[in-house]
Design a protein around this ligand. Structure first.
Ligand code: AKG
Length: 294
């Protein structure tokens, strides 16, 4: 039996996901893999902090592209890059609990209908607290309420998650805001200060080895203190999402196109990689995407 046939059955609360825009799942990685993930992340963080790895989220900038250097870092990009030399991240990416949760959210019969996407690490800045403004990942802050309402009707094409290896309370969301435009009160508050607390916002509090899957167009922000944070951040799409595939593969990700990329990722991983490459190779589509290429 291969690793990807040993699917852990986690029934997520889909009604809560639809209502709130996020869902938390416990005990994601088996104990040995969880331990190994922490060790690999220590190495990853060291490479990132020392500047031995150039693909980093730089403090002071919320969204890509990030400059090559800056005062501090809040994330490390492209964990599955062969030059990063930590192949365990590929094993984690195809963890059965993560894949089966994504399938339930996307109403897919099996991980063979998923598209491989990106895998990054979110960490605490070590000297310079930082925060992200309120945003929706695929709708500009400048959109009017009518534009937001229209864009929020698009069918879901993928999903994303934060998998905490240590306690994490950085992500802040307004539950239910993935289904509606900003209220006039929210719009007025954010026009004055895009990092201001909004009514009904909550901190998404994760214990080690808990994952939150969330709608990328939920109104969300984040606050990063210097308290330890080591949280894996991944996304997966639906097979055939050509625009998502193109957005992912457009800049600086030649490594993903290598024939051998999915070696060691099991049958599902290989299929997910092929789905991504087929999507990328397809020209022209009116499919709507819905992610920034983070
Ligand atoms: O740090 C987080 O949990 C949120 C990150 C985020 O909002 C983003 O990358 O768009």
């Amino acid at each position: 039996m291969t690793a990807d046939e040993t699917e852990r059955k986690v029934e997520i609360d889909l009604a809560a996901f639809a209502r709130d825009g996020f869902v938390i799942v416990d005990d994601v990685l088996p104990p040995a893999l969880f331990k190994a993930a922490k060790k690999a992340c220590e190495e990853a963080v060291e490479k990132g902090r020392k500047g031995e790895w150039p693909h980093r989220r730089i403090v002071g900038k919320a969204f890509p592209p990030w400059p090559p250097s800056g005062p501090d870092i809040w994330g490390i990009q492209h964990l599955m890059h062969p030059d990063f030399n930590l192949p365990i991240f590929k094993e984690i990416y195809v963890n059965p609990t993560l894949l089966s949760t994504a399938c339930q959210i996307l109403s897919l019969p099996s991980p063979a209908s998923l598209q491989l996407e990106l895998f990054n690490l979110l960490i605490n800045p070590h000297t310079t607290p930082f925060s992200l403004p309120y945003h929706r990942d695929s709708i500009p802050a400048s959109a009017t309420a009518d534009e937001e309402a229209e864009l929020l009707k698009r069918p879901r094409t993928g999903t994303q998650y934060n998998l905490a290896l240590y306690d994490d309370a950085c992500l802040i969301v307004v539950p239910g805001s993935h289904k509606r435009p900003k209220t006039p009160e929210e719009a007025a508050l954010l026009a004055k200060d895009d990092k201001t607390p909004l009514p009904d916002e909550i901190k998404v509090v994760l214990k080690p080895n808990q994952v939150v899957f969330y709608e990328n167009d939920i109104l969300h922000r984040a606050e990063y203190t210097t308290l330890k944070r080591v949280t894996l951040h991944g996304s997966m799409g639906m097979e055939g999402q050509v625009e998502r595939a193109k957005m992912i593969l457009q800049h600086g990700v030649e490594y993903l196109k290598e024939e051998t990329f999915a070696d060691g990722m099991g049958e599902y991983g290989k299929t997910m990689w092929r789905n991504l490459m087929q999507g990328y190779g397809t020209s022209g589509s009116d499919t709507l995407s819905g992610i920034h290429d983070d």
